[in-house]
Design a protein around this ligand. Sequence first.
Ligand SMILES: [Zn+2]
Length: 233
Amino acid sequence: SDDQKRARYDKFGEEGVDQDGMGPGNAEDIFDMVFGGGRGRSSGPRKGEDITHVLEVPLSQFYNGATRKLAINRVVIDHSAPITTCNACDGQGVTVKTVRMGPMVQQMQSTCPQCHGQGKTFKTKKSKEIIEIHIEKGMKSGQKIPFRGMADESNPDIEPGDLIIILKQKENEDTAFTRKGNDLFVRKPITLVEALTGYTTVITHLDGRKLIVRSKPGDIIKPIDLTSEKHYL
Ligand SMILES: [Zn+2]
């Protein structure tokens, strides 16, 4: 039944092995009960957990687009060291001890002490890597950019999770612009004389362009009026 156990282990990852120790015969029944007849379930390679990183982005970079470089410290498998299957548990990550108590035979399962449940012996190392984050024009705060497989490598058999960069608009930025959806608003104080007689003002846009904003002839601008110039990203 070791072969059976291994087959189940290969197919279902760690969960299948937990069903052992019930004694032969009824293991299959229990298995069906727990997994709802899920023997046809495909599990694919196991994958590690994703990690996230919040990147502060000034409004101008959302408007113009930008490429940002980020150094990340990862734990990776050291491939210069041998990767071997643990001989204490035969790569299972668990050891099973058979205990006889009179007529009863019980199997006790515990995490392999030699490989600490990894099933393999291997070395890891720290690796500093640079990733390039491409912020495209018009991207929004909260948008996620995934880097596949860039989370830590915890085991040669487990596909590392993704590194997910979350863009976050920088707060309290020293800019006259605020963003609402895909629109930009700018607030600009004017004098009373300008309000009564009209004004011409120059606004430097986020991409450096100078925009000339003029009041319409004859318009009187009430206080609180937002002299807002609307531009689409
Ligand atoms: Zn082991």
